[in-house]
Write a protein of this length. Structure first.
Length: 259
C-alpha cells in the first residue's frame, strides 16, 4: 500500500511538471503574439518581438529583439529597440488576484527622439498609450482592446533601465541626428497597496520615464545639433541660413519647454 501511494505521488508530480512546461511553452508564443497584435492597437505603431522565454516554475522570463516603430509622419524607422529585457515574478502570486513582479531589467535600449511637425515621437506614442490604457488587459480580447476581462493587478518592486542610448533627430533639419547616452533609470515600489496597479499603469510609467530621461539627454545635444545646422545653412546661402536659424531656435525652445 505504501509503495502504491509513493508511485501515485511520483506520477502526480510528473503530470504537474509536464503541465507546467506545456503552459510555459504556450505562454511564450501567446505573449509574442499578444505583443505583436494588441500592442500596435494600443500604441498605434508597429511592434515586433523576436522571442520570449518564460519559466513558470522559477518565475523568470526574458524577451529579445523588441522594436517599437514610429507614428506616421516621422522619418526615422523606429522609436525604441531593446536587445534584451528580463523579468522576475513571484511564482506563488501567478494565480492570485495580484501578481508580484520582483524586478524588471531593460538592458541597452536604443531610443530615437525625433522632433517633427506634431511634436516629438515619444510623446505621441505616450499619448496613444495613455488614451488606450483603460483597455490594456492581461487576457486576449475578442475585438480591438475591448471585450476582455479586467486586467489582473500588479505589484512591481523594482525597475531598472540601463546602458541605453538616445539618438536625437530633427525632421525639419533633414533628419540630422546625434547620439548621446541615456542616464540609468531606476524606480521601485509600484502597486504596493492592496489595489496594486494595472498593466496599463505600468506601461505608462515605463514609457514616461524613458521619455523624460530621453528629453534630458536630448536637451544636452540640442546646441550641437543647432551648430551643425547653422554651419550647413551658411554653406547653402543667406536665405537658407535665416530659415534654419529660426528652426534651430525653435528646436532649442522645444527642449527648454520639455515638449
Amino acid at each position: 500500500m505504501k509503495k502504491l501511494l509513493i508511485r501515485l505521488l511520483i506520477a502526480m508530480v510528473i503530470i504537474v511538471v509536464v503541465a507546467v512546461v506545456a503552459v510555459g511553452l504556450f505562454l511564450d508564443s501567446g505573449i509574442k503574439k499578444g505583443v505583436e497584435t494588441i500592442g500596435p492597437k494600443i500604441a498605434k505603431v508597429d511592434i515586433k518581438l523576436d522571442g520570449v522565454s518564460l519559466s513558470l516554475m522559477s518565475g523568470s522570463g526574458k524577451i529579445k529583439g523588441l522594436v517599437v516603430g514610429n507614428p506616421e509622419g516621422y522619418k526615422t524607422p523606429q522609436a525604441i529597440s531593446v536587445g534584451s529585457a528580463s523579468v522576475a515574478v513571484s511564482p506563488g502570486s501567478l494565480l492570485s488576484p495580484k501578481i508580484v513582479v520582483r524586478s524588471i531589467r531593460i538592458e541597452s535600449p536604443q531610443i530615437t527622439y525625433e522632433l517633427g511637425p506634431g511634436g516629438n515621437n515619444l510623446k505621441r506614442i505616450q499619448a496613444n498609450v495613455a488614451e488606450a490604457a483603460g483597455g490594456i488587459t492581461t487576457n486576449t480580447p475578442s475585438a480591438e482592446t475591448g471585450g476582455a476581462k479586467p486586467s489582473k493587478k500588479l505589484q512591481v518592486d523594482d525597475v531598472v533601465i540601463t546602458g541605453g542610448k538616445v539618438t536625437v533627430s530633427v525632421a525639419a533639419l533633414g533628419g540630422k541626428a546625434i547620439t548621446v547616452p541615456l542616464p540609468e533609470i531606476h524606480f521601485s515600489g509600484l502597486g504596493t497597496g492592496p489595489d496594486g496597479i494595472t498593466t496599463g499603469d505600468l506601461t505608462k510609467r515605463i514609457l514616461t520615464e524613458i521619455t523624460d530621461g530621453s528629453l534630458k539627454a536630448a536637451a544636452g545635444a540640442a546646441a550641437e545639433i543647432a551648430k551643425g545646422a547653422t554651419a550647413a545653412a551658411t554653406e547653402a546661402g543667406k536665405t537658407a541660413t535665416e530659415s534654419l536659424g529660426k528652426t534651430t531656435k525653435g528646436v532649442t525652445d522645444l527642449f527648454k519647454k520639455k515638449q
